[in-house]
Design a protein around this ligand. Structure first.
Ligand SMILES: NC(=O)c1ccc[n+]([C@@H]2O[C@H](COP(=O)([O-])OP(=O)(O)OC[C@H]3O[C@@H](n4cnc5c(N)ncnc54)[C@H](O)[C@@H]3O)[C@@H](O)[C@H]2O)c1
Ligand SMILES: O=C1O[C@H]([C@@H](O)CO)C(O)=C1O
Length: 297
């Protein structure tokens, strides 16, 4: 059990944390003033790569290729960059308690971190079908995509279930991008979503029809207007099929679920003002530099 103290702590090691660290460096942060604490085992990277080139069979993206800030056309911040700047990159460390009154963070393994200013960059988490009590939703080979570990598990499954069948639940960003990536890997793909067309919050019916035709021409089956209500499993707990509300049952070796996300605010419940499920902030710049609470990515 160690206790460490920093002038600034960025809690979270995602995209926001990496870009914030670059900004701290630009603003002249001094060695040992700033720490980033992250549950993930790697330095901040561009998350969008995970639903695209990370999954491609050719021209595959791997770290260190897509550490931030390459997505914004900036310098790639390798782990050494943080060392050179005297920024402590504290990885594989999950904070399980945050006490804003005493400015103290507690890790799962009992370490204590004190700060003067905290930047909250915990981002969001995926919605899981287990959260809604969907029967069989804890089966093996049902995947979500948020972090690099999730993408690695999916890459393994694509190899293991070569030329197999996948059902993709959700017709948003993850649903569309993952369906494409699976198809490129020669997996037989069926998408399922409840709305009359894909990406309904963004696309008009006409735009969606263009994409749905394009996907159909690439061999993706699309089932609209229904949802997954249960999963069958084999004797070793792997998913075997997806039961739909309309009564259909689809065979599946792999299931990918992309049904949205929610801000990760649980550490701060009752300690901050919330709005629309997230933490209420005054303004990005003011919060970032002077008050220290901000950023969700
Ligand atoms: N290219 C990009 O910009 C990109 C790529 C990947 C992820 N993202 C980010 O990640 C977030 C999460 O992505 P996402 O695709 O999970 O969310 P999303 O909100 O984009 O889409 C969720 C989809 O799931 C459907 N859905 C909800 N409940 C369902 C159910 N029970 N069964 C079947 N379908 C159901 C919704 O109707 C919708 O079609 C996005 O909002 C976006 O911010 C962006
Ligand atoms: O391709 C993507 O674009 C967005 C973001 O990088 C730009 O808004 C995102 O999350 C992707 O996966």
């Amino acid at each position: 059990m160690a206790e460490k103290s920093f002038k600034y702590v960025i809690l979270g090691g995602g995209v926001a944390a990496g870009y914030a660290a670059r900004e701290f460096a630009k603003q002249g942060v001094q060695p040992d003033e700033l720490a980033i604490i992250s549950k993930e085992a790697v330095a901040p990277y561009e998350r969008p790569a995970l639903s695209k080139a990370y999954l491609f069979p050719e021209g595959t993206a791997r770290l260190p290729g897509f550490h931030v800030c390459v997505g914004g056309g900036g310098e790639r911040l390798l782990p050494e960059w943080y060392t050179e700047k005297g920024i402590s990159l504290i990885l594989s460390t999950e904070i399980t308690k945050a006490d804003l009154a005493s400015k103290t963070l507690h890790s799962a393994t009992g370490d204590i971190f004190k700060y003067q200013t905290l930047v909250i960059a915990t981002g969001s988490t995926v919605l899981r079908l287990t959260d809604f009590g969907v029967q069989g939703a804890e089966a093996k080979n049902i995947f979500y995509l948020r972090e690099i570990d999730d993408a690695d598990k999916l890459v393994e499954a694509i190899k293991e279930k070569k030329n197999g069948k996948a059902v993709v639940v959700g017709g948003g960003y993850i649903g569309l991008e993952l369906s494409a990536a699976l198809r490129i890997n020669n997996i037989d793909v069926t998408m399922v979503y409840p709305e009359p067309w894909c990406m309904p919050r963004l696309f008009t019916a006409g735009i969606a029809a263009f994409y749905e035709d394009y996907y159909a021409n690439k061999g993706v089956n699309i089932i609209k207007g229904t949802v997954a209500v249960g999963f069958g499993t084999n004797e070793i707990g792997e998913v075997t099929d997806v039961k739909l509300k309309d009564g259909r049952v689809l065979d599946a070796d792999i299931v990918v679920v992309g049904v949205g996300g929610k801000p990760l605010t649980s550490l701060f419940k009752g300690q901050v003002e919330e709005e629309k499920g997230g933490i209420k902030v005054r303004s990005f710049k003011l919060s970032f530099y002077h008050k220290g609470t901000l950023l969700s990515c």
